[in-house]
Design a protein around this ligand. Structure first.
Ligand SMILES: Cc1cc2nc3c(=O)[nH]c(=O)nc-3n(C[C@H](O)[C@H](O)[C@H](O)COP(=O)(O)O)c2cc1C
Length: 185
């Protein structure tokens, strides 16, 4: 089971990235979480360059689509800026609208900040429009107790890591119902 984690924050000490990185660290055998780190390299979305065949795609866009195509499911965790989705993340999603890789992909929408309701609601709307399959059981809020908490500290916290493992199991079970979930065995 291959899961791709996309953080909406470019900040070095990002709590959203830390939560996703912690998910990578606590993933049980059989679930591989890889981090997408190309958000800042994507060019601004331009429909003129957006060809299904991919022959004229900018390389960072082709790389993003390949990573999405390779993944069985996607984890997204994003901050909210001015009651909206961060521009860098929305730009990435815009590049995926016309892709053949993204539609019907299972997505878990994680949340690291209990207060940011607008960006989350907008992500649900945008992802639903893009024909993502948002997995409710895997879309959980996991508030980090302290600002600047590292991924290792999150992974080492019994309660936080259990919540992350449960979300990973729910996303994996949805992506492959035939799979025996480590959280339920
Ligand atoms: C420019 C800017 C605008 C923000 N606007 C909001 C907002 O509208 N609502 C909110 O809940 N938080 C807002 N925040 C706070 C961030 O969403 C919050 O600090 C988040 O945890 C940062 O995520 P990160 O640690 O992954 O970078 C804003 C932060 C910045 C820098």
């Amino acid at each position: 089971m291959r899961l791709l984690a996309i953080s909406g924050s470019l900040r070095a000490g990002s709590s959203n990235t830390a939560l996703l990185e912690a998910a990578r660290l606590v993933a049980p055998p059989g679930i591989e979480v890889s981090m997408y780190e190309g958000l800042a390299e994507l060019p601004p979305f331009n429909p003129d360059l957006d060809t299904i065949e991919g022959d004229r795609l900018p390389p960072p866009v082709a790389a993003l689509r390949a990573r999405i195509g390779h993944a069985d499911g996607i984890l997204i965790c994003s901050p909210e800026y001015a009651h909206g989705i961060p521009g860098a993340l929305k730009n990435a999603l815009d590049w995926l609208v016309g892709s053949v890789e993204f539609p019907f992909k299972p997505v878990a929408l994680l949340k690291a900040n209990a207060h940011s309701v607008h960006a989350q609601a907008q992500l649900v709307e945008v992802l639903t429009t893009m024909n993502a399959r948002i997995v409710q059981e895997a879309s959980v809020t996991i508030v980090l107790p302290s600002r600047g908490m590292s991924a290792e500290a999150v992974a080492g916290d019994r309660v936080l890591s259990a919540s992350l493992r449960a979300a990973l199991a729910a996303l994996s079970d949805f992506a492959d119902p035939a799979r025996s979930s480590p959280a339920r065995t």
